[in-house]
Design a protein around this ligand. Structure first.
Ligand code: C5P
Length: 298
């Protein structure tokens, strides 16, 4: 996350993520799944502007990219940014309001963590704007209440292994930058539907150790050779566009290709920026999907 003040407003650019590894360890009694996943922050940002207000909590959303396929998040109670603001007031008894304006550039229902990143920005930003004095531990507890991926974004980490539901975050060193080409088909997938479609086998579980070591060494070829996502098979069953996007990326001979999160965004890990840009121009010409060239960034 990047912060700046503009007059009375706190402006936060908050990043998307990619999953370099995602293994599902089992189904839990609470209906969630235990995971081992490796996330990296990437340089594709939503912007959240927080301006002090009297008592009300308000949110406006607008599209930040021309030709954006995906819609905008709901503005009602289901919105994670509104939930984050309300949860902080509930936990602290704070009465002051805030006027929030969210510019969306991260596609929704993509597995890129946009909604979670926005919620993390609201938690960290309102803790500053309202001078609530909440400690990191308290912000992490609030984040875990709201969702599974929000904790990763709170501390602006370049890379982490996340366990439990996803909310237990262990920072890892990343020798960067790594360059990616990201393809987002027009249709999205809800995370819940992909987990429902998952068939848990009794086979051996893939460990994140190889990709963590490769990222620490900064070698894109080694890193690409070890990317993995157990949600790929169920996402392909639910969306043929995911199968097509993965196939298009694989024909580019990048160092590795995988689905991010529960999709529908897929990425190819590239040797360098040039390779990512060359692949992106071919992939843009190949269909109506959105294509981004991004590097690891916080
Ligand atoms: O926590 P979040 O709101 O991102 O999760 C959305 C849905 O994805 C959950 O309601 C659940 O169905 C599924 N999920 C899961 N196991 C996880 C994370 C999410 O089953 N670790």
């Amino acid at each position: 996350m990047r912060f700046r003040m503009t007059g009375p407003s706190l402006v936060i650019d908050t990043p998307a993520k990619l999953n370099l590894h995602l293994e599902v360890l089992g189904r839990r009694p609470d209906g969630f799944h235990d995971l081992e996943t490796v996330m990296v922050s990437i340089g594709l940002y939503d912007t959240l502007v927080l301006t002090p207000a009297d008592e009300q909590i308000e949110l406006q959303c607008r599209a930040g990219r021309v030709g954006q396929n995906a819609g905008l998040p709901p503005l009602g109670h289901g919105n994670l940014v509104l939930q984050a603001a309300e949860l902080l007031r509930e936990r602290t008894g704070w009465r002051q309001g805030v006027s929030m304006s969210l510019t969306k550039r991260i596609p929704m229902e993509a597995g890129l963590g946009g909604g979670s990143s926005d919620a993390a920005a609201a938690l960290v930003g309102l803790n500053r704007l309202w001078a609530l004095g909440l400690k990191p531990r308290e912000l992490h507890a609030a984040a875990a209440r709201l969702g599974s991926d929000i904790n990763f974004f709170l501390d602006s980490l370049p890379m982490a292994v996340c366990r439990g539901r996803g909310e237990e975050v262990e920072a890892q060193p990343l020798q960067g930058p790594l360059w990616f080409v990201v393809v987002k088909p027009p249709a999205g997938l809800s995370t819940a539907s992909v987990f429902l479609e998952l068939k848990l086998g009794a086979g051996t579980r893939r460990s994140s150790a190889d990709v963590v070591a490769a990222a620490a060494s900064g070698d894109p070829a080694k890193c690409g050779a070890s990317v993995f996502n157990a949600l790929e098979a169920p996402a392909i069953r639910l969306s043929d566009a995911v199968r097509v996007a993965l196939g298009q990326l694989r024909s580019e001979r990048l160092t590795g290709v995988a689905l991010s999160g529960s999709g529908t965004a897929c990425y190819g890990l590239c040797r360098n920026r040039n390779q990512a840009q060359r692949a992106a121009s071919r992939l843009r010409a190949a269909g109506d999907q959105e294509v981004f060239v991004v590097q690891t960034a916080i």
